[in-house]
Design a binder for this molecule. Sequence first.
Ligand code: ADP
Ligand code: MG
Length: 452
Amino acid sequence: MTENEQIFWNRILELAKSQLKQATYEFFVLDAKLIKIENQVAIIYLDRMKELFWEKNLKPVILTAGFEIFNAEISVEYIYDEQAAIQEEQPVSEQSRNYTAPATLAPIQSDLNPKYTFDNFIQGDENRWAVAASIAVANTPGTTYNPLFIWGGPGLGKTHLLNAIGNSVLQDKPNARIKYITAENFINEFVVHIRLDTMDELKEKFRNLDILLIDDIQSLAKKTLSGTQEEFFNTFNTLHNHNKQIVLTSDRTPDHLNDLEQRLVTRFKWGLTVNITPPDFETRVAILTNKIQEYNFIFPQDTIEYLAGQFDSNVRDLEGALKDISLVANFKQIDTITVDIAAEAIRARKQDSPNRITVIPIEEIQSQVGKFYGVTVKEIKATKRTQDIVLARQVAMFLAREMTDNSLPKIGKEFGGRDHSTVLHAYNKIKNMISQDDGLRIEIETIKNKIK
Ligand code: ADP
Ligand code: MG
């Protein structure tokens, strides 16, 4: 590399680092290399799966650095050589090279659900890293991130991704030995084999896998059944030593698996830990838009947005809502799902779902917030941006989202026709402020009590 190329590359790293979260930077940028610059094209060496990320997020950085250092528009080309990259990172151990599985292995039942693929998994900011890492693992199992540990709340797609990894590998290598199992079932199998005194069988079954996909590992933490953690630990070690891929999901981080032995927790953190958070409004709309293709009804856009506003923490609930709607619509022989029909169909489901109160009108919130801050409802709905009006407006939006059932677009409409993203921004901002400012939190509690 010439000196200028080095300066250019350092500048790119510096800019990328300042713009990305630490973990993102480490994951996507740190192992990239500049090969050379030729005819104003920077040739950058990458993992193939990271190209899209660079393409989407780092082009401006490359442009900026290009202008700063060369005073020219530098474009970019990516090259990949996955095999070389992997060998550099992780020399294959002597032991694993010599490893050959016994010749006569019983066929294995993968227990994968073929319904869950990468193709039908919608990507959003909330799951981008989890998807990227899962695809990387499916492309080069056992070598890139081992283990891969995916954690997040219920209904956010962990089981889906786990199966998608397995299904994707099977597509390329139909003979791969893949096992999907919940930690709960792992424990059950363990118990059965102990009782039948056939532990050797179990050992052989699990330790000759190419890929082990373990779902909901937190249930292993709950069980104090002596020996299961030990057996799991040994299985884990055998597979890992032989560069066999392990993917785990959990509802919490490795560090919060309280009842799990420390040595297991340590191993879970050897590879890559990625988090999935609840989908934002755009992602929910995208998931619904994708899902409704399975149904023979017409879903106008406002119905989709209405539904996306109703269930915001769990994709399973969104899917359940579509099933409810399809039942009602079939029964009534309706083919266009209006907002009213959707609302009627999901009523029972909404009543089951916690911490929502449906009866508070948004005007009531605006008026109570206004009274508290000495601002009129008219001012809250208008566009003036003095400090106290902005605070009142944002608090009212926050409460409208927290205390009522209305979708973000609907709330936006009630605040002088604002965009749903404005409401979301206000919501996030106030939520964040409350976590740092006890005074504000108490103010908002006080207003809330007046509204109830
Ligand atoms: P978890 O294991 O995290 O509890 P699941 O993987 O079982 O969640 O997901 C619940 C349902 O929601 C499944 O039917 C799954 O296909 C669907 N789902 C979750 N996230 C997405 C997504 N991003 N795109 C498409 N479907 C999704
Ligand atoms: Mg699951």
